[in-house]
Ligand binder design. Sequence first.
Ligand code: COA
Length: 279
Amino acid sequence: MSKERAEKDTVAYKVEGGIAWVRFNRPEKRNCMSPKLNRQMMRVLDELEFDDAAGVLVLTGEGDAWSAGMDLKEYFRETEAKGMGAIRQSQREAYGWWRRLRWYQKPTIAMVNGWCFGGGYGPLYACDIAVAAEEATFGLSEINWGILPGGGATKVASDLMPMRKAMYHAMLGENIDGRTAEAWGLVTEAVPLSGLRNRVAEIAARLLEKNPVALKATKDAVRRVMDMTYDNAEDFLVRAQEAANSFDNEGRKEGIRQFIDDKSYKPGLAAYDKTKQKK
Ligand code: COA
């Protein structure tokens, strides 16, 4: 039995070159999510959301796991023993930071370095982009210990995967590797573990070049339009662009100026130089 970790040590992070590298930090428990970890993760997200030093947030796991899902002992058994009030509180703490991450101010990347089970699908889905190691292991293991994949996990599978794959995945509790997770739509792409960090750093660097107001508007728009009719989406997107303009009206004008007047870049091939933009 390993010694219990203090709440503040359940999540670790460092900010480097514009990227906040946030780690689930319970490797001895395969980074499963306890109420302590869930509370600490919310604090870390709070600290980083409006920190100008961090333009992109990467969520990864210490050791050989991304996250082995909910903590069966501390999240399920111990809170159940305390009754419904404690159950609902621990659900709020978990779902709360996943929701916060889904609508995070900054672009987010899940860097899935190993085990990713059950409840782990909540934060996986919350991240805008997910890059997995080909060697990573994904599973809806709930059926193997006798519950349905709750906490959003079934919704994640059926939103991201074709129905036949989602159904098989949820009912059989068989694991898939990173390549299959990519083929089934659970992650954006899978790369060998040895190249995972470099690939994520490369994507983060590309995101850091873009206009941050446009990025936030874009990531929210992709999620919002998913369950809208075409007409509702069309209307929403007009208004979302106009709202973004009120935060950053100079950005798109500068983008057009550098292409049409300066001829210094081509939007079809790269991003405009935002360092030349008037504030
Ligand atoms: N909840 C609680 N404890 C967990 C856990 C979880 N989800 N996942 C791992 N742990 C604990 C183990 O109990 C063990 O604790 P101990 O050292 O005090 O005995 C420790 O983490 C290491 O786990 P272990 O099973 O020995 O590691 P492994 O590398 O051999 O296997 C897994 C890794 C992920 C395959 C295995 O731990 C597992 O099946 N975990 C449960 C996954 C799951 O069903 N998650 C869904 C929850 S919604």
